[in-house]
Design a protein around this ligand. Sequence first.
Ligand code: BG6
Ligand code: MG
Length: 220
Amino acid sequence: VIKAFLFDLDGVIVDTAIFHYQAWRRMANELGFDISEEFNEQLKGVSRVESLEIILQHGGLTLPEERKAELAAQKNQWYLDLVSRMTPNDILPGVPAFFSQVRDAGIKTALGSVSKNARLILDRIGMSDAFGTVIDGNKITRGKPDPEVFLKGADELGVSPADCVVFEDAVAGIDAAKRADMIAVGIGSPDVLTQADIVVPSLEHLTVPQLLKSLDRTAG
Ligand code: BG6
Ligand code: MG
């Protein structure tokens, strides 16, 4: 029986995944190298500090901790500049309709994001009260693919992991969901999200009754 849906934020509810990429790319360019969109896939769902490490390694750079802290802060400033222009119009297509079906089905909801900016983004898009609980980067000690973020969400909702479905656009996020023993719905391409149980291009392409049927489960 499916009792709860756990949603990633960046790339599932809003298209901030592109903002993260733009900000990291700007930083890489200033350091003298570039990062491709394909390379960016491995950054999705990964924490700010870990993302920075992966990028610096890609560019062949070893920098002192102090400089790394500066770069992470600079990237976040650029990212926040992009976020500050967001409005409820930036909610991804299909999300509002899907959420009203979730409410109708009596399914609990949690946000499961590694981002420390998650609350701010929910405020900007008018979705602060849309989730039963919000687990963000400030509440966890390990980023995805560690299952902590989703296990905490399930725990706060009082639902066992086997009764949870996770919605994720990141390879690391799908891994985290599977490690948590949850059903994983990939939002994106099946060529990228190979470990997901189901993959759809966006929530626009999915209804709650359809999903429950394809999982051969009921809500309750
Ligand atoms: C995740 C994004 O949601 O949050 C990652 O997919 C990002 O790209 C991570 O690095 C941390 O975000 P923030 O906002 O705390 O830098
Ligand atoms: Mg994401």
